[in-house]
Design a binder for this molecule. Structure first.
Ligand code: HEM
Length: 238
């Protein structure tokens, strides 16, 4: 009896989120949370420009790592948002494809693909590029070599040195910059599309959200774009 009711509850929960709308809501909410992370991440990375040989960035990274379990909770949350975003995204793409092919089966399509179809195809392509980029990036930096420095008598990881060293390599610097162009497209469309999926937009707010999405995309991806290029050309190896 007890098992039956647990089964029914889990079915209800799965059933609720396992619908087109449910998946879109999960994709939208996790996407917006990931944008929040990117803003914080960019703000921290801009410390590379402080011109202090990495003192500020290294101290920031050190403080973050001193948080211990709290940092791990934040990392687990981040990984959860990332995975939910990918899984719901893949499922929405598969479902759209099925819907489209059954429509084709019923009647031959007139004219070219709609603007929405083109946009969602771009979201899938740019999303896939980011899916390859993020693990490669984490492997390169978080799990990269451990250089040490001493600041005000405190030994700590020299993450600044690692960033500068990596971006002194032209292949790394320019491929990072190239990926940021795709990030810009993903964010610009993803932002308003997320608000749309959450039902937060009406006819008045739609053009505003669309513009904010483009501005956000350009500012966030632009910041990440400038970083490797500027480092490659102008920042000396510490
Ligand atoms: C120029 C661009 C970027 C630079 C210089 C940069 C730098 C870094 C560094 C230094 C770390 C390691 C932090 C530490 O362990 O203290 C890191 C981690 C990370 N970055 Fe980036 N990042 C860039 C762009 C991005 C982008 C565009 C994304 C996502 C789309 C991203 C996602 C992450 C994630 C998920 C981590 C792991 C966080 C953790 O280990 O706690 N980064 N990044």
């Amino acid at each position: 009896m007890h098992i039956m009711s647990t089964d029914r509850t889990s079915y209800k929960i799965r059933g609720k989120w396992d619908t087109t709308v449910g998946r879109k809501v999960v994709m939208a909410a996790s996407g917006l949370l990931l944008i929040g992370y990117l803003i914080i991440h960019l703000a921290a990375n801009l410390m590379v420009f402080a011109g202090d040989g990495g003192r500020l960035l290294n101290r920031y990274s050190y403080t973050l790592h001193q948080l211990g379990p709290l940092l791990w909770i934040a990392r687990i949350l981040l990984a959860t948002f990332f995975l939910s975003h990918i899984i719901s995204g893949i499922r929405v793409v598969i479902q759209n494809r099925r819907a489209r092919s059954s429509r084709y089966a019923m009647a031959a399509s007139k004219g070219g693909p709609s603007k929405m179809t083109v946009a969602s195809r771009w979201m899938a392509i740019t999303g896939l590029i980011l899916l390859v980029f993020v693990p490669t990036h984490v492997w390169m930096f978080t799990l990269g070599p451990y250089y040490e420095t001493v600041i005000d008598g405190v030994p700590m990881r020299d993450i600044y040195r690692l960033v500068v060293e990596r971006f002194k390599n032209p292949v790394t610097a320019f491929s990072y910059a190239a990926v940021m162009l795709f990030l810009c497209l993903h964010l610009a469309h993803g932002f308003w599309s997320a608000l749309q999926s959450l039902g937060a937009l009406n006819r008045k707010w739609l053009p505003i959200a669309y513009t904010v999405g483009i501005v956000l995309g350009v500012l966030i991806a632009g910041g990440f774009f400038v970083l490797p290029i500027y480092t490659y050309f102008f920042i000396p190896m510490p």
